[in-house]
Unconditional design. Structure first.
Length: 91
C-alpha cells in the first residue's frame, strides 16, 4: 500500500501526463487547462488574472521537471500562507 507521499508523487506524475499526452510536455493551453481543472482555487484567488501567461511567458512548452518545480513553488507559497494563517488563529 503506497504511503501518502508516494500517492502524491504518483498523482503529480499522472496529472502531468494526462494533460501533456503523448508529447510529454505541456503547452501554454495544456497548462491553462490543467490549472483550471486541478487548481481552480488558485486561479480564482489570483490578483493577476493572467497568472498562467506570466508563468509561461518565455516558454513554449513545460517539461515534467519544470512542471514539478512549478508545483513545488505553489506548494511552498501555500505552506507559507498556511503557517501565517495558523499563527493568527492561535493568537
Amino acid at each position: 500500500m503506497p504511503s501518502q507521499m508516494e500517492h502524491a508523487m504518483e498523482t503529480t506524475m499522472f496529472t502531468f501526463h494526462k494533460f501533456a499526452g503523448d508529447k510529454c510536455y505541456l503547452t501554454k493551453e495544456d497548462l491553462r487547462l490543467l490549472m483550471e481543472k486541478e487548481f481552480p482555487g488558485f486561479l480564482e484567488n489570483q490578483k493577476e488574472p493572467l497568472a498562467v501567461d506570466k508563468i509561461m511567458k518565455d516558454l513554449d512548452q513545460l517539461g515534467f521537471q519544470s512542471f514539478f518545480s512549478l508545483i513545488a513553488v505553489l506548494t511552498i507559497a501555500c505552506n507559507d500562507y498556511f503557517v501565517v494563517h495558523m499563527k493568527k488563529c492561535k493568537k
